[in-house]
Design a protein around this ligand. Structure first.
Ligand SMILES: [Zn+2]
Ligand SMILES: [Zn+2]
Length: 87
């Protein structure tokens, strides 16, 4: 399982921070979208405005399986499949 923006595939790291309306800053994926300071549940999670697309997506959509894509997914998004070749 990995975490990435469902719209642009930006992947936050452990240092990535989100700010709640209460002013608290934390990594929202460590608490599954719940602000540890005030308890507000963030069903939507914003992408990075600097490294990503800056758009809001459903928090659940950020969680991806590592399983290989199906043939249907490959045919729909062939550019998303990265084939690593030995050097
Ligand atoms: Zn808060
Ligand atoms: Zn994004």
């Amino acid at each position: 399982m990995y975490i990435a923006c469902p719209k642009c595939d930006w992947r936050p790291d452990a240092q990535s921070l989100w700010q709640c309306t209460c002013g608290h800053q934390w990594n929202t994926f460590q608490t599954h979208g719940v602000c540890p300071a005030c308890g507000k549940v963030w069903k939507m999670t914003a992408c990075s405005r600097y490294d990503g697309c800056g758009q809001w997506s459903d928090h659940e959509d950020w969680y991806h399986d590592d399983a290989a894509p199906t043939v249907e997914e490959f045919l729909e998004n062939p550019e998303r499949i990265v084939i690593s070749t030995p050097v």
